[in-house]
Design a protein around this ligand. Structure first.
Ligand code: RP5
Length: 163
């Protein structure tokens, strides 16, 4: 199972993109809110019990002073993918990007682009697929569909030029 967590319900419009792609790939996930600053005890409880609940990968999104992904990573050996979010308290998003990206040596967070929750979902699926053949098949089909769409778009553009 993949666990998708975020610092506030206001992060949901961005973080739901991770859920959408995991759904598409038929990978089991849960979604909840865990705030590093406003529910610190819940964050400890979540991170310290995640592995025992059979969570394999955690996707954590937060905006502004985005401490959730790093703190969760410090509390579990599970891989944590961080999603910086351009939130209402972000200056321009860099605050959140740098808070999640610039982790101290020894406690990694795999940071995706600003608001890049879809890629976080795909990366989580790729980790799951290392030991799950069905997930691997879903991912290969997903990649093929994506490539076919671009190849079709190229044909469309070329046809427009001929007209
Ligand atoms: C962060 O503060 C949350 O992750 C969210 O991105 C931001 C704003 O939260 P709200 O004030 O909308 O609850 O901790």
């Amino acid at each position: 199972m993949v666990s998708i967590i975020m610092g506030s319900i206001s992060d949901m419009p961005v973080m739901s993109k991770a859920a959408e792609v995991l759904d598409l790939l038929n990978i089991t996930f849960e979604v909840t809110v865990v705030s590093a600053h406003r529910t610190p005890h819940r964050m400890f409880e979540f991170a310290q019990t995640a592995a025992d609940r059979d969570v394999k990968v955690i996707i954590a999104g937060a905006g502004g002073a985005a401490h959730l992904p790093g703190m969760v990573s410090s509390l579990t050996h599970l891989p944590v993918i961080g999603v910086p979010i351009k939130s209402s308290n972000s200056i321009d998003g860099w605050d959140s990007v740098l808070s999640i990206l610039q982790m101290p040596s020894g406690i990694p967070v795999a940071t995706v682009a600003l608001d890049g929750a879809k890629n976080a979902g795909i990366l989580a699926a790729e980790i799951i697929a290392l030991s799950d053949d069905q997930a691997q098949e879903s991912l290969i089909a997903f990649r093929k569909k994506q490539t076919d769409k671009v190849l079709n778009d190229i044909k469309k553009v070329e046809r427009q030029q001929e007209d």
